[in-house]
Ligand binder design. Structure first.
Ligand code: ADP
Ligand code: MG
Ligand code: ZN
Length: 484
């Protein structure tokens, strides 16, 4: 039985402001020592007063604009009252009636609202004891609520992935799900029935899998003629299933009321034109398609990583600056840069555990290296060695090429010396080649390339190797041979 599934998401995002939402404490998710970034305000001491963090408000407004939402002309904070050990004040400052943003859309899914609140502390359960770390208490938290427009686990995942990308492009949050900087809650119902909430999903995979599991589970219940219970469920990653956490017999009463210690925000006067919204992922996809003529999968690899795509673009313009045309055949040069970047440079970075911030190769230097390959000043084999040296030393490619003597060469006597050395050291390969094994020749070519650090012209090398394996005798020699 195929039942219609209705899914809505509630996504919490930790904003990466310098300080917390209502006090001057550092907002540092990397702080390892507990209860360092705390003060009387975020600890909820009596007599303290909160102050609104402007950067956090700006971040939410940027997100609202990026998703095409309507910025409220008047917004207000409310108190959401409940007791829990990670909530020192006994209430959370949130937004209920007057969120900062209403409406908007992403991937065809309508956004209901985006509001701003504060995060709670963190509980740590150790054996008999529970510990609490308040470093996270009061960190700005943006909540994005969708309309129930989603109908499958896959499209929920796509939505969440695109949302994370936008957070990163706007540079308002790391969006790292495994670190809890972006947390998804799924609401799901079948055939207009009771909706179940799934909490604590900390990976895209968990979002998709938990929905698929819930669709099956609820279908099973409905098929038997039973009713789906109104409850909150958790996700068991190892077991690959959801489990009941708490039954929702009646709605919580949070006794929301306007936060008396904070002024309402009058946003009607705000000049939104002053908000620099950068190019968004969807716009970049279109532009890259037009400008670079790459395949969709290639564009996606670039767009998914903002630093990678910035590097790529800058390298391409350096390449053009070196006086090389990208056009005709356009894709050749662009693909050369794309391939070197996504396989060689990224490969080397991964093997050395280097992040973009630690990379000593500038797009300028990288673009120059690509230009040297294009102009056939060096061969691709040598280029790989140069790139490695560039990463290790941070020096310009032309300096490395000169120092290491890696300019390509077709100089016959140079190649011949190397070829003869390799032939004399590899009798087996030579005799295999004589027996007709083509791979043996490739092996010998590889050995000479290594011997000469890749600077040998491969076409010339092939001819010289063959000539030295099957020496063509001069006519005088042939004459001697006959006579002898
Ligand atoms: P609640 O008041 O129970 O939190 P809301 O109406 O505020 O419910 O919606 C919370 C989330 O649940 C939203 O993301 C919304 O899209 C989603 N949602 C609402 N109704 C349904 C439904 N019938 N099935 C699945 N999700 C739903
Ligand atoms: Mg809810
Ligand atoms: Zn504080």
């Amino acid at each position: 039985m195929q039942l219609a599934s209705t899914i809505g998401l509630e996504i919490h995002v930790e904003l990466k402001t310098k300080t917390k939402m209502f006090c001057g404490c550092l907002n540092d998710s990397n702080e390892k020592h507990p209860n360092i970034n705390v003060c009387p305000i975020c600890m909820g001491h009596p007599g303290t007063l909160p102050v609104i963090n402007k950067e956090a408000v700006k971040s939410v407004l940027k997100m609202g604009m990026a998703l095409g939402g309507k910025i409220a002309s008047r917004s207000q904070f409310d108190r959401k009252n409940y007791f829990y050990p990670d909530l020192p004040k006994g209430y959370q400052i949130s937004q209920y009636k007057y969120p900062l943003v209403e409406g908007g859309e992403l991937n065809g899914i309508r956004i209901r609202r985006i509001h701003l609140e504060e995060d709670t502390g963190r509980l740590l359960h150790q054996g008999e004891e529970s510990l609490v770390d308040f470093n996270r208490a009061g960190v700005p938290l943006m909540e994005i609520v969708t309309e129930p427009d989603i109908s499958s686990g896959e499209s929920a995942r796509d939505f969440a992935e695109e949302l994370q990308l936008i957070l990163r492009y706007l540079d308002i949050s790391s969006g790292d799900m495994e670190k809890g900087a972006m947390r998804c809650e799924v609401n799901i119902s079948l055939n207009m029935g009771i909706k179940v909430e799934i909490k604590n999903l900390n990976s895209f995979r968990a979002v998709e899998k938990s929905i698929n599991y819930e669709i099956e589970r609820q279908t099973g219940i409905l098929e038997k003629g039973d009713k789906v219970g109104h409850e909150t469920r958790g996700w068991d990653e190892d077991g690959g299933k959801t489990f009941s956490q708490r039954k929702k017999e009646e709605a919580h009463d949070y006794r929301y009321f306007p936060e008396p210690d904070l002024p309402a925000l009058n946003l009607a006067m705000l000049d939104l034109g002053g908000f620099a919204i950068p190019e968004l992922p969807s716009q970049k996809r279109e532009r890259f398609k037009k400008e670079f003529n790459l395949k969709d999968e290639q564009i996606e690899i670039l767009v998914r990583d903002k630093q990678l795509s910035d590097f790529f673009e800058n390298a391409v313009s350096e390449f053009k600056e070196a006086g090389l045309p990208l056009g005709s055949p356009a894709s050749k040069s662009v693909e050369l840069i794309f391939n070197y970047l996504t396989s060689d440079l990224i490969g080397l970075m991964n093997s050395k555990y280097l992040g973009w911030d630690e990379l000593r190769v500038s797009p300028h230097a990288f673009g120059e290296l690509m230009a040297m390959i294009s102009k056939k000043e060096i061969f691709s084999r040598a280029a790989k060695n140069v790139l490695k040296k560039m990463i290790e030393t941070g020096r310009e490619p032309n300096v490395i090429v000169k120092e290491e003597g890696l300019e390509q060469t077709s100089d016959e006597s140079f190649i011949e010396t190397a070829a003869q050395k390799i032939i004399s050291l590899n009798h087996n390969a030579v005799s295999d080649y004589k027996k007709g094994k083509e791979e043996a020749l490739q092996f010998l070519i590889g050995r000479v390339m290594r011997e000469t650090k890749g600077k040998t012209n491969p076409a010339a090398l092939k001819e010289i190797l063959k000539k030295n394996i099957y020496p063509v005798r001069s006519s005088a020699e042939r004459q001697d041979f006959k006579n002898g």
